[in-house]
Design a protein around this ligand. Sequence first.
Ligand SMILES: [Zn+2]
Length: 80
Amino acid sequence: MSSAYASASPAAVASEPARWRCPECGWSYDEAQGDRDEGFAPNTRLESFPDDWSCPDCGVRDKRDFERDPEAHTACISNE
Ligand SMILES: [Zn+2]
């Protein structure tokens, strides 16, 4: 595979866009793409969602319950 990092910005690579998944229903959110249905522009971070936001699919999970999707294009992988 070729490097996914070819065009990484040299300045701050601290917070790459991540993907998040609802542990309840599997709904996923890609920070890089945003979510048009929810009104989130591309590069909107999950952490910047309103505090009262909940999963649009099942509605039972808040953003703090979401799990980081390991399939995502993340830099640091924390294996157990
Ligand atoms: Zn859900």
